[in-house]
Write a protein that binds this ligand. Structure first.
Ligand code: 5GP
Length: 129
């Protein structure tokens, strides 16, 4: 069910548990600012989730409340994951769902990184529901 992007951070969310190592995940990259792991239900040949270590509900929360250092570190980590996976050429897609209309399901900021194949049109057309 989509989340309320304005709700306070819930430290029992699934990605908080992954960060604490309480549930397993398939690590792709880790540094001081970010953790990247494979999505459990991939929607492209390569589907990686990149999350900050800090407790941020959404892109809105992160862009409002994170320090400049955290934001720079996180953005650089997303770019590095793409480069490390040889995605810059032929290309890839980043996506961050926010709140109910964005279809965000997990209330810890995550950027989806899709690649490894042509990804088609940017979003589902209205006629497709
Ligand atoms: P959202 O819809 O919130 O943008 O995306 C949540 C993503 O998290 C989905 O793509 C979903 O497959 C992924 N996901 C949900 N639970 C788990 C989990 O326990 N492990 C991993 N690796 N991915 C998960």
């Amino acid at each position: 069910m989509p989340i309320d992007a304005t709700a306070p951070y819930d430290d029992q969310n699934i990605f908080a548990k992954i960060l604490r190592g309480e549930i397993p995940s398939e690590e792709v990259y880790r540094d001081e600012w970010a953790y990247a792991f494979r999505d459990i239900a991939p929607q492209a040949a390569l589907h990686i989730l990149v999350i900050p270590h800090g407790a941020y509900v959404s892109w809105d929360d992160f862009s409002t409340n994170a320090s400049a250092e955290e934001i720079a570190g996180f953005v650089r980590a997303v770019g590095k994951v793409a480069r490390d996976n040889d995605l810059v050429e032929p290309g890839y897609r980043l996506l961050a769902n926010v709140g109910a209309h964005g279809g965000q399901e997990v209330p810890h900021l995550h950027v989806h990184l899709f690649g490894g194949e042509p990804l088609g049109s940017m979003i589902a057309r209205r006629s497709q529901g």
